[in-house]
Write a protein that binds this ligand. Structure first.
Ligand SMILES: Cc1cc2nc3c(=O)[nH]c(=O)nc-3n(C[C@H](O)[C@H](O)[C@H](O)COP(=O)(O)OP(=O)(O)OC[C@H]3O[C@@H](n4cnc5c(N)ncnc54)[C@H](O)[C@@H]3O)c2cc1C
Length: 305
């Protein structure tokens, strides 16, 4: 019997019937991400519920030599979650548990399939947030965010995903379960393997749980739209003088051509209120009251500067 048939039989014996699907429409759906350049063609899709399921599954894949593609919210734009060569797709969509917020330690333990935006909603009543945020947050998963070391709209203020992950649980290709770094901020023991896994796009193992670090929710927010002659004043305003961090929470730089294109698509007929050539949009959290950008310089954002 061919190895893949033996593997599928072994899966049937080891797991309940709803654990895998070979339904054509689901193979197509779970075999691709947001990229459109590859035709999905996975062998099957598995839906584990626990870390132990993932461990048992990967042990079988290893035994039968089956390639594995971890799959989160499939919002990636680099083809990382595409399965086009008869791989087994491991979807984390059933591993969505979100634990209780530890408001004192400002931490949260979650399963890797938890949706990014669900975490924001979960932490909000405690006045806290996980500051990883972007347009795909309604579909992307924490595991995918960690695997891609995602940036997003808050990155200038808060940094990358790797700054907001205290510990992770991963399952390696041979089924071993590793706990990396625990939940302590001040942990300097040994080599930090957690950081090796963050951004490794599923190549080193499957992230099954994570302890996230939380930040206080920003208070009142102001939104600014500037017209500036080029990008230099924008980057000046974001870096700021001395060791102070930018008050800017979210920022985007929009050349006139791009803003015109997006207006034509989303708001046809609307006139852009600022002159060309470059526009700069920034959202700040109430600390940047003194705003009087002169001659395209935005140094004057910073209170007291
Ligand atoms: C509209 C839109 C806006 C976006 N904006 C941004 C942005 O501002 N900044 C940014 O960085 N990205 C952005 N992205 C890209 C994407 O949303 C992020 O990379 C996101 O973190 C991917 O998460 P996901 O759960 O969808 O992962 P997927 O696309 O499912 O997977 C991404 C990679 O991670 C691996 N993976 C997924 N889950 C796990 C796991 N549990 N363990 C191990 N490996 C895993 C996959 O195999 C794949 O290699 C955007 C995408 C869209 C569609």
């Amino acid at each position: 019997m061919a190895e893949t048939t033996l593997f599928l039989n072994a899966l049937e014996t080891a797991f309940p019937p709803d654990f895998i699907t070979r339904e054509r429409s689901e193979l197509i759906e779970y075999g691709k991400d947001w990229t459109k350049n590859f035709a999905p063609d996975p062998l099957c899709v598995a839906f584990p519920r626990t870390t132990e399921d993932v461990s048992k599954l990967l042990r079988l894949c290893s035994e039968y030599g089956i390639s594995v593609v971890p799959s989160g919210g499939r919002t990636g734009l680099a083809g990382g979650a595409v399965a086009a060569k008869k791989e087994l797709v491991v979807s984390l969509k059933r591993m969505t548990h979100i634990g209780e917020v530890d408001a004192m330690a400002r931490t949260l333990r979650v399963q890797a399939g938890a949706i990014t935006e669900a975490i924001h909603h979960h932490c909000k009543p405690e006045g806290l947030t996980w500051p990883v945020d972007f347009a795909s947050k309604g579909s992307s998963q924490v595991g995918g965010n960690i695997a891609t070391n995602a940036g997003g709209v808050n990155v200038i203020r808060y940094g990358l995903t790797r700054q907001w992950v205290l510990g992770i649980q991963v399952v390696t290709a041979n089924g071993d379960i590793l706990e990396l770094n625990g939940a302590l901020e001040k942990n300097n023991t040994g080599i930090d393997l957690r950081q090796l896994f963050i951004g490794s796009e599923g190549t080193l193992g499957i992230i099954t749980e994570a302890t996230l670090k939380l930040a206080p929710l920003p208070g009142e927010e102001d939104v600014f739209l500037f017209a500036v002659p080029d990008l230099v004043p924008c980057s000046n305003s974001l870096s700021g003088p001395g060791p102070r961090r930018s008050p800017s929470k979210r920022s985007s730089f929009l050349p006139t051509t791009a803003s015109r294109a997006s207006r034509n698509t989303w708001a046809p007929g609307l006139r852009f209120p600022l002159p060309p050539p470059t526009t700069f949009c920034s959202k700040s959290n109430g600390r940047s009251r003194k705003v009087s950008p002169k001659n395209g310089s935005s140094r004057s954002w910073f209170p007291g500067s």
